[in-house]
Design a binder for this molecule. Structure first.
Ligand SMILES: NC(=O)c1ccc[n+]([C@@H]2O[C@H](COP(=O)([O-])OP(=O)(O)OC[C@H]3O[C@@H](n4cnc5c(N)ncnc54)[C@H](O)[C@@H]3O)[C@@H](O)[C@H]2O)c1
Length: 432
């Protein structure tokens, strides 16, 4: 099929490359001229395992093209995906400006009947607004659909190529047929294409993220409770995770969820609840608890160091999770702000997010190219992201390079006994 993907971010780029890989002719359009120029040169603007070969191969074979001309991309396609950002608005609802701007361009370029699919995460009722924005510009018949994306950054290519499920919200046989044709090659092993009405599809995405955010937050709260009652969250996790109704995944405590989805989607769902007179009490508590969780590493640091004033802190891990360079809403943002406010200086390291860190922190922190270089002269080390390369620790190197003997491990990567026997004050999360 001839496909246009508007918005070439984490979602749009992965889906554009994935759809090209299955034989479609795909044009990815974005208003960011710099990003499009880099992509045209086969430079991938984000870190996403497995993405580069897909882009390079499909671009070389002519199935994948990049353009800043959104109008032309629309005119050339039968099916148009809107995959632009839906950031948090000032009132915490989802900001639909980009989605509706694109809808308007689609309407103005409706040179033949098309299926227009919202891939961005949008509140219930957005498809109606998209339909109205398009209809205001054209008399040509068109069909709208909602097709929320469930990929995880860091495993996005794999998730897109082999999705657990594809959710499709439609109100016309034309849209259903178009999306089925497009997605059949990705579910050959029998995973379902779940077809539903548009409002349910829109809500399914938020409900999925909300469930996961609740789960993470509950585990963080259990871990904090363990810290206070002398229990071990590792045992609690295994104890509850072996109950099939609960399951093993997503049960690791940490410094609060971040990224481009959970924080803003939880807030947007709270906002939807308010709009319809149904307060989402649980999510309001989750949102508050997550903000508090992001402050835990700095709090522990201050407790163990006595004061932050005049101290130097090394930070390992800036991305909101491993396998991505995305720092949106990362716990590192809170930590750096709090540590600096307390009068300490920082040297930071991340295997993939250093360019993003430089953009965000500029000269507020120092940067280490190697993780052990971050430790030189540090009073404390804080580990924020669960990168594999942080898992094995050379304690001698820590001892040699650090001035102080404090390690705050917000991902429970290390064995407490080992660090303590080497003379370190080691604080993890939810372990005695
Ligand atoms: N990142 C994820 O893991 C993920 C997963 C599932 C769903 N989502 C949802 O998908 C959507 C996109 O997320 P993302 O992380 O890819 O965002 P992103 O910020 O990485 O990318 C969005 C892109 O849209 C472009 N854009 C903005 N306005 C435009 C316009 N008028 N015309 C053309 N391009 C425009 C931007 O330049 C940017 O490149 C969001 O709604 C998000 O909630 C994201």
């Amino acid at each position: 099929m001839k496909v246009a993907v508007i918005g070439t971010g984490y979602v749009g780029l992965v889906m554009g490359a994935g759809l090209a890989e299955s034989g479609n002719s795909v044009i990815c359009a974005d208003v960011d001229a710099g990003k499009i120029a880099r992509l045209a040169r086969d430079e991938i603007p984000i870190f996403e395992p497995g993405l580069e070969p897909l882009v390079v191969r499909n671009q070389a074979e002519g199935r994948l093209r990049f353009t800043t001309d959104v109008a032309e991309a629309v005119r050339q396609s039968e099916i148009v995906f809107i995959a632009v950002g839906t950031p948090q608005d000032e009132d915490v609802s989802a900001d639909l400006t980009h989605v509706l701007d694109v809808a308007s361009v689609i309407g103005a370029n409706m040179n033949a009947s098309k299926v227009v699919v919202t891939k961005s995460t949008v509140p219930v009722g957005t498809a109606k607004k998209v339909r109205a924005a398009i209809a205001a510009k054209t008399k040509t018949p068109f069909y709208v659909a909602s097709n929320p994306e469930f990929l995880k950054e860091g495993a996005a290519v794999q998730d897109f190529m082999k999705p657990d499920r594809v959710v499709v919200g439609v109100d016309s046989p034309e849209a259903e047929a178009g999306l089925r044709e497009l997605y059949e090659p990705f579910v050959r092993q029998g995973n379902p294409i779940i077809v539903m009405d548009i409002a349910s599809a829109e809500l399914t995405k938020y409900a999925a993220n909300a469930m996961l955010a609740v789960r993470i937050t509950m585990m963080n709260q259990f871990a904090n409770l363990c810290d206070r009652v002398g229990a071990d969250i590792r045992d609690v996790r295994i104890g509850i995770g072996s109950d099939e109704r609960i399951g093993k995944q997503f049960l690791f405590p940490g410094p609060g969820y971040g990224g481009s989805c959970f924080p803003k989607d939880v807030k947007a769902l709270i906002s939807t609840g308010k709009d319809v007179g149904f307060p989402m009490d649980v999510l309001e508590a989750v949102d508050r608890a997550n903000d508090a969780q992001k402050r835990v590493p700095a709090m522990k640091l201050k407790e163990l160091l006595g004061t932050l004033a005049g101290k130097h802190v090394a930070v390992w891990g800036l991305a909101f999770k491993a396998q991505t360079d995305d720092m949106r809403e990362s716990a590192a943002l809170t930590l750096v702000e709090q540590v600096r406010a307390g009068g300490a200086t920082l040297t930071v390291h991340d295997p993939q997010a250093m360019h993003e860190a430089r953009r965000r922190f500029a000269d507020q922190v120092r940067y280490a190219e190697h993780r052990y270089d971050a430790l030189d002269g540090a009073d404390a080390l804080v580990v924020l992201t669960e990168w594999s390369e942080y898992r094995v620790l050379d304690v001698d190197e820590l001892t040699k390079r650090m001035r102080g003997r404090v390690v705050v491990d917000s991902r429970n990567l290390y064995e407490p006994k080992r660090l303590r026997s080497a003379g370190f004050t080691y604080s993890s999360i939810g372990r005695p």
